[in-house]
Design a protein around this ligand. Structure first.
Ligand SMILES: [Zn+2]
Length: 342
């Protein structure tokens, strides 16, 4: 399924020939996965018009995650995304139990498997698609193996690479691909889409708008938060709004089910809002907390705050594969609390 805000973007690909190696990049949770899966489906579809037609044999196989010329490569702990996207049955209970044992990295064997099978012709006589998501989760050896294949691609292969962090993609891989930014949905389109979702129908428009802002304008993260799944920034913000009295352990506990980067994003946006407020500008991310921020903004100096924000940005770059997420978060929160105690 293609999200409505990507429809125009997608239609551009129908009007031109597709480069052999594509690297889609953009913020997390704006629909890159769905978009690139839709494009892959479009490329294997054997229908005559309105591709992907969802009628032909190829589309049928694709919808069952069974197309012989489609090679998705994801880290084990994200492979459920494929099933979720194709709406195949996933046993969520089983997923929770096993998540911790699953690898966060794309391993060299996974890349080797798809690359070696692509020396052969395609089963259906069309293109073979190698789909890698997200590129930055490739271990170094895996990235090098992919690079070799990108340097000498078989003529019938199309690479669809997707990344949330283009700055982490090896320059050698980047230079072999056509890098294309996936547009972020406009606020008005996100709101319109959210309002059509069952779980959002009881929320009034202004509140929904505030929630969208609090979740970095990502409609998908907002929906997840409303539905109580995945990450809920509210818990983090409630703690950050205690300023010097933050209960660090409450935030640390969130790491059991959420990623470090989601939590750090909240912290970053919160600090930006304090900065804006101190500069007598309207807050950008958490308007519902603007009054409280005003009360505390003078407890710290501009220089301390901007130093902390700079430090936080460096830590966020390291946060996609943290070695010790608990320690990293704990020390950042302690530094945050200390800003108000000085
Ligand atoms: Zn089709």
């Amino acid at each position: 399924m293609l999200y409505p805000w990507n429809a125009t973007f997608f239609s551009q690909f129908k009007q031109q020939s597709i480069p052999q190696a594509l690297l889609f990049f953009g913020e997390q949770a704006i629909g890159k996965f769905n978009f690139s899966m839709h494009l892959a489906n479009y490329l294997v579809c054997e229908g005559t018009h309105d591709k992907p037609c969802q009628q032909c044999q190829a589309c049928h196989w694709f919808s069952q995650a069974n197309h012989p010329d489609f090679f998705p490569v994801l880290p084990e702990n994200q492979s459920y995304l494929l099933e979720k996207h194709l709406q195949l049955e996933i046993d969520l209970d089983k997923k929770e139990v096993s998540d911790k044992k699953l690898s966060k990295f794309i391993k060299i064997e996974q890349i080797r498997d798809v690359v070696s099978s692509n020396i052969l012709g395609s089963y259906r006589g069309g293109k073979r698609i190698i789909f890698i998501y997200p590129v930055e989760s490739m271990a170094t050896e895996a990235a090098n193996c992919l690079l070799k294949s990108l340097e000498e691609p078989s003529p019938n292969v199309i690479y669809i690479l997707v990344t949330h962090r283009i700055d982490l993609v090896l320059p050698t891989i980047r230079s072999r691909c056509v890098a294309i930014p996936v547009p972020k949905p406009k606020e008005v389109d996100s709101l319109e889409w959210l309002r059509l979702q069952d779980s959002c129908k009881r929320i009034d428009r202004d509140d929904l708008g505030a929630l969208l802002t609090e979740h970095g304008k990502s409609p998908l993260k907002t929906l997840q938060a409303v539905e109580g799944g995945a990450f809920n920034g509210q818990v983090v913000i409630e703690q950050l709004s205690r300023f010097g009295d933050i209960e660090i352990s409450q935030v640390i506990d969130l790491l059991a089910k959420n990623s470090l980067i989601d939590i750090l994003n909240c912290l970053y946006r919160w600090c930006i809002d304090i900065y804006l407020s101190k500069s007598n500008l309207p807050v950008r991310y958490y308007p519902r907390w603007a009054d409280k921020i005003k009360l505390y903004q003078d407890r710290m100096s501009f220089s301390q705050l901007s130093q902390f924000i700079k430090f936080l940005m460096i830590e966020m770059k390291l946060a996609s594969h943290p070695l010790f997420p608990k320690l990293q978060l704990e020390s950042l929160l302690a530094k945050y609390a200390h800003l108000f105690k000085a």
